[in-house]
Design a protein around this ligand. Structure first.
Ligand SMILES: [Zn+2]
Ligand SMILES: [Zn+2]
Length: 97
């Protein structure tokens, strides 16, 4: 393996499907200006903290959770996966082509 690809995995980090990926900010961009988040994370971290996921998983996240909830309570992959509705959604996504 000599690949120096920028994204180590080409599959969705949630459902594992080999699909075009989109970047989900674990702390939504709209929150980056809030003092509460600026205090806890530096700018670079706010910008780069995220996961590469497929469109279906991404849509599910934003259907189920508001940006406020995402930033405050679901700002890691583990926390997202602890959300029951989202786990169910990912289970459904896994069965799609
Ligand atoms: Zn996915
Ligand atoms: Zn997103």
């Amino acid at each position: 393996m000599t690949s120096l690809a920028q994204t180590p995995s080409a599959v969705c980090e949630l459902c594992g499907r080999d699909k075009p990926l989109t970047f989900h900010h674990l702390i939504p961009r709209a929150m980056h200006r809030k003092p509460r988040f600026r205090k806890h994370y530096d700018k670079q971290e706010l910008r780069t903290r995220g996961i590469d996921i497929c469109g279906l998983c991404h849509r599910g996240i934003h259907d189920l959770l508001s940006e406020k909830e995402l930033a405050a309570e679901y700002n890691t992959t583990e926390l997202l996966l602890a959300h029951e509705g989202l786990r169910r959604h990912i289970g459904w996504v896994r069965k799609q082509k």
